[in-house]
Design a protein around this ligand. Structure first.
Ligand code: HEM
Length: 414
């Protein structure tokens, strides 16, 4: 490790992006604010620096002008336009306060503590129904049959789209986060993903119309009928964009968190007995999973003026990757940061859900989904093992997330 040099690593290397933790340790020592040689993008890796950047929305804007990182800028949008869909506009995650406040107020109404607490019995039913489907087989495709299905069902229900198949919903979410955000995508891949998003947009447009006339107790009804502070209602482009963020924001992230939690139990089997002996440890387990292999490793900001962070000048206009993943492995914040430790004093102080105005509105829900999942998993199953070795690299290439290629497991029934 000590003889490794920065130039031996590339963030565009799928092996590095799948297992980036040695690279992060090197960055913390040698380049806490790192400029990616291939792209000129600045990367924030230290915990305190990240908190400062996330709070300072005037210097580090979410209204990122070069969000389309594909080699074919504008292609995705033109497929949407020509197919009679809705081009992307900047809402919620892509806006700064005060514009952000209005979108955020709408979403916060739905993910309150009261609502999430009231959902607990339902979450437990969903978890147990999913486990019932595979428990007698002693094996399952955990990623598909559990980690993807669980958040998929819940987000679909919250939005009021529960009659949709989770696999359709997942296909939409993958396409929405897909090729247009990959620097290595081909034109054919971008066209394919844009067409899938078009299919989702047309379905959603019908739902918006329906809920305008027949409102229900769901998020889409709340949004189509929202008239906050006598302002105009959200228009269809804004609605499409906010719903797109809820679908993508709540799906891949929670699936990844649940997958990585199970993978921890496979790699550290002694934890299973500890959690079973004291179920109050499930909460710190969930927090440590989120810190250790954070589902969102990076997102983007754009500097609006020259700013110095940790002695590095970030010039106005520069693209900045905010590193939740590396900050959560910062040894100045977390003692022995690379160890998975349920009993660490500041368990839960991680930045896996961000910080500042864009702090994840789904954090309470995601934490509860994970807790309900692992409580049932350790009560009903034991002796978790991989059904077959994981591929190398374990994760699909992504500059931002940690999606596993596949994750099939075997286990004993308790
Ligand atoms: C383990 C699961 C999750 C993780 C790790 C996660 C992570 C994050 C992070 C890091 C941000 C901050 C973005 C920024 O700084 O710009 C964020 C924002 C967001 N998340 Fe989550 N998230 C999770 C689950 C969810 C769920 C369940 C939902 C909704 C159903 C959701 C919806 C959103 C939305 C809409 C935003 C944008 C908020 C804004 O810009 O004000 N997330 N999430």
């Amino acid at each position: 490790m000590s003889q490794n040099r920065l130039q031996d690593f590339s963030m565009l290397d799928p092996i590095v992006s799948s297992n980036p933790f040695d690279f992060y340790a090197l960055l913390h020592r040698e380049a806490p604010v790192y400029k990616i040689p291939e792209t000129g993008t600045y990367v924030i890796t230290k915990y305190q620096d990240l908190k400062q950047v996330l709070k300072d929305y005037k210097s580090f804007s979410n209204d990122v002008k070069v969000a389309d990182q594909s080699p074919f800028p504008g292609l995705h949008q033109s497929v949407l336009r020509e197919g009679g869909g809705w081009e992307h506009v900047q809402t919620l995650q892509r806006t700064d306060p005060p514009k952000h406040d209005r979108y955020r107020a709408l979403v916060d109404r739905v993910f309150s503590i009261r609502r999430v607490r009231a959902m607990i019995p339902h979450l437990e039913n969903v978890v147990n129904d999913l486990i019932d489907k595979f428990i007698d087989n002693g094996e399952c495709d955990f990623s598909k049959q559990f980690a993807m299905a669980m958040p998929g069902i819940i987000v679909a229900e919250q939005l009021g789209l529960e009659h949709n198949k989770v696999s359709t919903f997942k296909k939409w979410a993958d396409a929405m986060l897909g090729a247009s955000y990959s620097p290595t995508a081909t034109a054919a891949e971008i066209r394919r993903d844009a067409k899938t998003e078009l299919e989702a947009q047309k379905f959603l447009a019908d739902v918006f119309e329906d809920r305008r006339v027949n409102p229900r107790e769901d998020l889409i009804s709340a949004m189509v009928n929202a008239y906050i502070d006598d302002e105009r209602p959200l228009d269809i482009n804004e609605l499409q964009n906010v719903v797109r963020q809820l679908i993508t924001g709540g799906f891949e992230t929670t699936q990844s968190a649940i997958n990585h939690g199970m993978w921890v139990l496979i790699r550290m089997p002694e934890l299973v007995a500890q959690l079973r002996a004291d179920t109050s440890l499930v909460k710190p387990f969930v927090e440590e999973v989120l810190r250790w292999e954070s589902p969102v490793q990076f997102l983007m900001r754009q500097a609006t003026r020259d700013v110095k962070i940790s002695d590095t000048l970030i010039p106005a206009g520069a693209l900045v990757m905010v590193g939740y993943g590396p900050a959560n492995r910062d040894g100045e914040k977390f003692v022995c940061p690379h160890e998975f430790d349920l009993r660490r004093k500041n368990v839960g102080a991680h930045l896996a859900f961000g910080s500042g105005p864009h702090f994840c509105p789904g954090a309470l829900l995601a934490r509860q989904e994970m807790a309900s999942s692992f409580e049932a998993i350790i009560r009903r199953m034991d002796n978790f093992q991989l059904l077959k070795p994981l591929p190398c690299p374990v994760h699909k290439f992504s500059m931002f997330f940690m999606p596993m290629h596949e994750f099939c497991i075997k286990f004993d029934k308790c």
